[in-house]
Design a protein around this ligand. Structure first.
Ligand SMILES: C[S@@+](CC[C@H](N)C(=O)[O-])C[C@H]1O[C@@H](n2cnc3c(N)ncnc32)[C@H](O)[C@@H]1O
Length: 403
């Protein structure tokens, strides 16, 4: 159906969604609206409108992720209404409006049949008591945050756990941006695997995120070698009635595939990251979110090597950091060679952890696999190492990458 004012084709559900955004702006209940679309032949476009309550004034922050870097500017309410109906945003494929009293979701299935539905408000007055600069997509009073001891029984984040909350909330924003449309449009239970899950902060957060948006309950597993955390996590999952979530005491093995949609591996030590990624590849993962940790493998092999950049090699600390960068660049190239579109993000403020680099990827038919593999081999030879665990784990699949 045609929206004559803006001359843009929008269907009835999209029109109702835009109308609800306008009403929420007018009655002051608007918190956030996120739109994503897939223009022909292009990357998914994502735009978000966030109400920011500053010390002196409130304004809407408009961000897009057309590149992996956010472009941000401020909009007044009038410009905002126009922007939402502009060809840049509409017609969209998926969208969520957060208001003070409900969330409204617009989703399309694979056959592009639209659906508009409401859920409970997930963003009340989020995080403004401790942090006035940012509205998080995660509400402080989610039951799993209370169960993990991050929030009080009254639903406020404990002051001392604010950095942890920020890390979890940032992670939820990242997955929302990258998998929001997939979660809303998928007609089967989505599978989630968190390898090296530790206390399960991100496993619970991802399960909670998917369960509250997907059409069917997800199936999720957290895996860790530590028995005590696994027992605690299983107890909490049962208490929260997260029926599709189990935690397993096991070592990450790259050769035991089960189908996986979303793979998470945050700070699994050294080459455990490569084992996790290799398992994900063999499980045909759709998306991965992976933060590497203590990349020692290449640093050890190149300790006495003079290859690389001589000036950097003169300083041991710089040489070590360079080896970290080479390790992760190789991961990105190998993942591309195996058919994934890969980007790097900084997922949490540096003051919280220096290990804030995240590799994010999704399956893609259009990446140049052959070129990425050749670039990997060149980097390996130029930099002078012989073994990278991700390559070792997946040699059979890398033998002849398809262009
Ligand atoms: C630094 S913690 C991170 C925990 C969690 N991913 C997070 O970000 O909150 C790393 C976790 O990985 C687990 N781990 C390391 N190597 C592993 C392996 N090979 N198999 C399973 N778990 C592993 C450790 O026991 C630890 O709980």
């Amino acid at each position: 159906m045609v929206n004559s004012a803006a001359s843009i084709d929008v269907n009835d559900e999209q029109r109702s969604f835009l109308e609800a955004c306008k009403i929420a702006l007018e009655d002051g209940s608007f918190k956030r609206a996120v739109f994503s679309s897939r223009a022909k032949g292009n990357d998914k476009f994502k735009a978000s409108f966030d109400l920011i309550l500053g010390e002196k004034r409130k304004f809407i922050r408009y961000s897009t992720n057309q590149s992996s870097v956010d472009e941000t500017n401020e909009l007044d309410a009038h410009t905002l209404k126009e922007k939402m109906s502009s060809p840049e945003i509409s017609p969209f494929r998926a969208a969520t409006l957060n208001t003070g009293s409900f969330d409204l979701h617009y989703a399309e299935n694979r056959k592009m049949v639209p659906r508009l539905y409401k859920t409970k408000a997930s963003m009340k007055d989020v995080a403004q008591t401790h942090n006035k600069q940012k509205n998080y997509a995660l509400s402080e009073d989610r039951p799993f945050l209370k169960g993990l001891g991050v929030s009080t029984d009254g639903g406020k984040v404990h002051k001392k756990h604010y950095p942890k909350f920020r890390q979890i909330a940032n992670f939820v924003e990242i997955i929302d941006r990258d998998i929001g449309a997939f979660v809303q449009s998928t007609d089967r239970p989505i599978s989630i695997l968190d390898l090296g899950c530790g206390k399960g902060y991100l496993t619970f957060a991802t399960y909670d995120y998917v369960a509250s948006r997907a059409k069917m309950q997800p199936k999720a597993s957290g895996v860790d070698i530590k028995t005590n955390v696994i027992d605690l996590c299983n107890t909490l999952a049962r208490k929260l009635n997260f029926d599709g979530l189990v935690f397993k005491n096991a070592r990450i093995k790259p050769n035991k595939p089960e189908p996986v949609d979303i793979l998470i591996a945050l700070h699994a030590c050294d080459t455990a990251t490569d084992d996790a990624l290799a398992l994900g590849i063999r499980s045909d993962m759709e998306y991965f979110f992976c933060a590497p940790c203590c990349q020692a493998e290449i640093a050890q092999q190149t300790e006495t090597s003079t290859k690389g950049f001589d000036l950097i090699n003169a300083y041991p600390l710089m040489k070590r950091r360079q080896a970290d960068i080479v390790t992760d660049t190789c991961r990105a190239l190998l993942l591309t060679a195996l058919g994934y579109e890969v980007k790097f993000l900084e997922f949490t403020p540096l003051e919280h952890t220096a290990k804030n680099l995240m590799l994010v990827g999704k399956k893609s038919d259009t990446v140049n696999r052959q070129k990425a593999y050749e670039e990997y081999l060149k980097l390996k030879s130029d930099y002078g190492f012989t073994k990278h665990s991700l390559e070792e784990n997946l040699k059979d699949l890398l033998a002849e990458p398809t262009p």
